[in-house]
Write a protein that binds this ligand. Structure first.
Ligand code: UDH
Length: 286
């Protein structure tokens, strides 16, 4: 029933033209707002966003349906800052999007990769999304020409991040903000579910992409510039000592575990004004 309702909301009248690939409203570098903000302030700024965090341009038909998947545990303040910046950009780009926030129940150690899988699977239960952007809660785009769209290959959005002096920690880094079409993510069997704790899952994801014959796209320096919100190391997300060994076996495990073996229990699903929040329990021993 929930899916039917979403689908109904998403049905498009056929007499409209497609939205332009690059909206004329885009200017390039934009100001970022990194200070804490109340969610009610953000809500009042975006009356055009519908409950559950859904927006669709009225004057044109968007080219694809985008699900923005944000893993977020104990970072509500960051989430509000991100929404305060990101919604403006997505609306300006005239995208048809829904924001999904995926939270993981305590006490299990944080598992970012598995939360991506949850986001993908749960979003598709609620609507027919074509494009998935997995978005860390503390990455703030600084250029509105950074298009939140999917392309013929998976894309890494970041070319430089403020906390690394607008560079990347290493050349093959594939964390922060990445995009996949529905098909691309399914073909690589999503993320690994095995990375509990900090590190490694992004390198595993990159290995999966290359192993299935995709190449990697990345926005150029001026477009992929991101600001970050500084933070302490999170509790419940200690550096994972198994990560180096796991990354080595990424290709061998790819078809055996990932999207096709993600086991979790949805403990709550709530439609807030600016996002759909899905809370999950992950059993580490399953
Ligand atoms: N996150 C939470 N809560 C947590 C931990 C992580 O919400 O307790 C989410 C959040 O969206 C965050 C993302 O997971 O932005 C990434 O976690 P992080 O902020 O700890 O990662 P970090 O910024 O990553 O430290 C930098 C990685 C550079 C090296 C990559 C190694 N492969």
């Amino acid at each position: 029933h929930q899916k039917q309702q979403h689908e109904k909301q998403q049905q498009q009248p056929s007499n409209k033209t497609f939205c332009p690939k690059k909206s004329k409203q885009l200017v390039g570098t934009i100001q970022t707002y990194l200070d804490p903000v109340n969610i009610s302030t953000v809500e009042s700024k975006y009356p055009e966003v519908r409950k559950g965090g859904n927006f669709r341009p009225k004057e044109c038909t968007a080219r694809e349906r985008l699900a923005v998947i944000i893993p977020c545990r104990n970072r509500t303040q960051h989430l509000h800052i991100l929404l305060n910046n990101l919604l403006r950009l997505l609306i300006k780009q005239r995208l048809d999007f829904t924001i999904f926030v995926i939270d993981q129940d305590l006490p299990t150690t944080f598992n970012r990769g598995m939360l991506f899988n949850v986001g993908y699977l749960e979003a598709l239960k609620r609507g027919s999304y074509d494009c998935f952007i997995f978005h860390d809660v503390d990455m703030i785009p600084t250029n509105d020409k950074c298009l939140y769209r999917c392309t013929h290959n998976p894309r890494h959005f970041l070319s430089g991040v403020s906390k690394w002096k607008y560079r990347l920690p290493y050349k093959s880094y594939f964390g922060g903000v990445v995009s996949f079409t529905r098909d691309q993510y399914r073909k690589i069997n999503g993320d690994s579910n095995l990375y509990f704790g900090w590190g490694g899952e992004d390198d595993d994801l990159r290995a999966r992409i290359l192993h299935k014959g995709y190449s990697l796209l990345r926005y150029p320096q001026s477009i992929g510039r991101y600001d970050t919100i500084s933070h302490q190391r999170d509790s419940g997300n200690k550096a994972n000592p198994a990560r180096f060994k796991l990354v080595k076996s990424a290709k061998a495990r790819q078809d055996l575990e990932g999207l096709n073996t993600a086991r979790y229990t949805v403990t709550s699903s709530v439609t807030r004004r600016l996002y759909t929040k899905i809370q999950v329990y992950i059993n580490m021993t399953e």
